[in-house]
Design a protein around this ligand. Sequence first.
Ligand SMILES: Nc1ncnc2c1ncn2[C@@H]1O[C@H](COP(=O)(O)OP(=O)(O)OP(=O)(O)O)[C@@H](O)[C@H]1O
Ligand SMILES: [Mg+2]
Length: 300
Amino acid sequence: MTGHATEAPTPGPVTVTGATTAAADAAADNVKVRIRGLTKEFDVKGRSVTALQELDLDIPRGQFFMIVGPSGCGKTTLLRIMAHLDSPTRGEVEVRHSAEGRPENSMIFQGDSIFPWMTVWENASYGLRMRGVDKAEVRDTVGHYLDKTGLTDFKDCYPHQLSGGMRQRVSISRAFANDPDILLMDEPFSALDEQNKTLLQDELLRIWDETRKTVVFITHSVDEAVTLGDRIMVMTAHPGTAKAFVDVPFERPRDVLDLRHRPEYGEIVYEIWQQLRDEVSRSQQRDRAATTSSRRRFGR
Ligand SMILES: Nc1ncnc2c1ncn2[C@@H]1O[C@H](COP(=O)(O)OP(=O)(O)OP(=O)(O)O)[C@@H](O)[C@H]1O
Ligand SMILES: [Mg+2]
């Protein structure tokens, strides 16, 4: 029932398309992120390393967009370029900013991304305070998100007094309180155990449902991609580009546990794994070859 990236979309819960869908989205007026021919090369000790190659992508406004791909395929690099923390070597990246006075993006980085010297409240309110937002509004907005994430009783604690899951809740509160146009999340739950991850996915979906912001979310977990996303981009192994786009048809609001009971859920997970399998093994072969060559070089 499923097809390869180059095949036309198939009926049923799984729709796999090649980059042609990007062209259709571009035609629509509601494109939030538009990327054409993005190539990123890094200079590593005088040698050019291509992290991203000729990537085309459109993300519509309000979409929960997921990125999966083997380690080292350029996911973080892509997110950093969207956040303007890095620049393309070639190609165009356009992030359309819709509201003056609001930040274009908030980014949650891989690993801990809160300030260890600030309390939960100070961390969560940081963006708003930096923008000089009225104190009463800061109190209401931050109070709302700390309440949503169950952190109200911990608002005066410092990060070292919190569990890993609670620290990620602070990151989420800060990102949503900041009210950005687009949320960029780089494996925010990867360090968490399965129970905490499931709880946080559920919380994230509930908070997101209130605002329906555009989200770009990187994950190594195929389950997480299907649970959270509207659309999933599977990337090729290094150098990274779009291999396939998979649409996730589940209605919203979603319940994380209910979703996993559905037969269509398993079908989509299987489809994505099929797309990923070759890429992951290519990436592993490359890593092994690099290890062998460095052992030879250093005589080990
Ligand atoms: N600042 C940099 N300088 C040189 N090379 C870099 C730099 N940042 C990333 N790279 C290289 O670019 C490639 C992509 O890296 P990136 O961190 O984007 O991968 P990733 O898909 O996020 O990997 P992971 O899943 O392990 O987080 C890798 O080969 C990496 O070594
Ligand atoms: Mg990364």
